[in-house]
Write a protein that binds this ligand. Structure first.
Ligand code: TXA
Ligand code: MG
Length: 333
């Protein structure tokens, strides 16, 4: 199957070479979204598989391409905080502080939804997940789309359900090429800066609560909000597929304890030596770099057809919490 991939030199190639995003690509992407086609686009976290949030056919196709159950809701992406009122019925004061403090950025807020928001977006729940991404191509794309009547772009991570999120356009292609149609687009905006999905914060309660850890950490949130977070033990019923015990899984089995044998994969900070006979998949220099390249390294394990990968997570708070969260889910079988 052929797909259109647009380059910065404004050539249209019906080949699987992926080149940089461009103004021309942006124009085409807006048209595709308006036509109901899907556009895989870069964000600072991971690549998203986007569709017009007002078009039920597009939304249905996203679920189909991802093979995702329809009761797992989608995040709406908008260009700025000003667009919130189209989607949300009420914004608690602390949520406004979060939005002003961290958008555009790697944070999704769960807020009470506006009555017109379609059930297919929220999976029948009373709240909507919304975020303003921080990636120059995509922010301009969202602005252009909104200037032509669009209200927002729904986009889950551009991977099959339960699998590792893609952090570059090649990985989107590898993951989804069999499932996309000829009018869908993949935009190459390079490697995602953060490399892990956005922090999801439930804003329906008196205080914020992290549902999925990410680059906007507990410490950052508490500083901006001036309130303590609700601990995760105090569960409220909300369906977040990224919270499933098994998620972000490569084919290889992930081990967070024990030592690799000959031919097993190994991921650790650069300062940790490779055990004898193990295949080094990544040597990040610090925690930020670790988050950025982790998913690529997990995919590399599958490309090398490794059965087992031993991972030494970085220690400490902040982003290490999000890395550990993803690794625990990736290791759960
Ligand atoms: O960084 C990100 O958040 C990326 C980029 C593309 O923006 N998107 C992403 O989407 O990770 P997805 O669908 O792969 O993960 C979003 C998670 C899912 O677990 C979904 O169930 C949850 O957010 N979610 C979205 N809307 C929700 C809602 N209304 N209520 C509860 N959970 C929601
Ligand atoms: Mg996902």
């Amino acid at each position: 199957m052929f797909r259109n991939i647009y380059s910065s030199s404004a050539t249209i190639a019906i080949v699987s070479t992926i080149l940089k995003a461009s103004e021309f690509a942006r124009y085409q992407a807006v048209q595709a979204l308006l036509n109901g086609d899907l556009v895989a686009f870069p964000t600072e976290t991971v690549y998203g598989l986007g569709g017009n949030a007002l078009n039920e056919n597009s939304i249905a196709r996203i679920y189909k391409v991802k093979a995702r159950p329809t009761n797992h809701p989608l995040i709406v992406h908008v260009s700025s905080i000003d667009k919130l009122d189209k989607w949300v019925s009420h914004i608690p004061e602390y949520a406004l502080k979060l939005a002003e403090g961290f958008w555009p950025g790697p944070m999704t807020l769960l807020l009470p939804k506006n009555h017109h928001v379609k059930e297919i977006i929220t999976g029948g729940q009373d709240c909507i997940g919304i975020r303003v991404p921080n990636q120059s191509f995509t922010n301009s794309l969202l602005k252009d789309f909104e200037s032509q009547g669009g209200l927002g772009v729904v986009a889950p991570s551009a991977n099959r359900f339960g699998k590792v999120s893609p952090t570059c356009a090649y990985d989107v292609e590898e993951e989804l090429e069999k499932y996309l149609d000829k009018n869908d687009l993949i935009i190459d905006g390079g490697i995602c800066q953060v490399g892990l999905e956005s922090t999801i914060i439930d804003c329906r309660l008196s205080n914020p609560k992290i549902l999925r850890p990410g680059a906007i950490t507990k410490e950052l949130i508490e500083t901006v909000v001036g309130k303590e977070l609700i601990k995760t033990e105090d569960e409220v019923a909300v369906r977040v597929s990224g919270l499933l015990k098994s998620h972000y899984s490569p084919k290889a089995k992930i081990f967070l304890h024990g030592s690799p044998s000959l031919g097993d994969g190994f991921i650790a900070l650069n300062e940790v030596e490779t055990p004898l006979g193990a295949i080094r998949l990544a040597s990040p220099v610090d925690t930020t770099h670790y988050a950025q390249i982790l998913y690529r390294a997990l995919r590399l394990a599958d490309q090398k057809q490794l059965d087992k990968v031993f991972v030494v997570p970085p220690s400490g708070d902040g982003l290490s919490i999000a890395i550990y969260d993803r690794l625990v889910r990736a290791s759960f079988k």
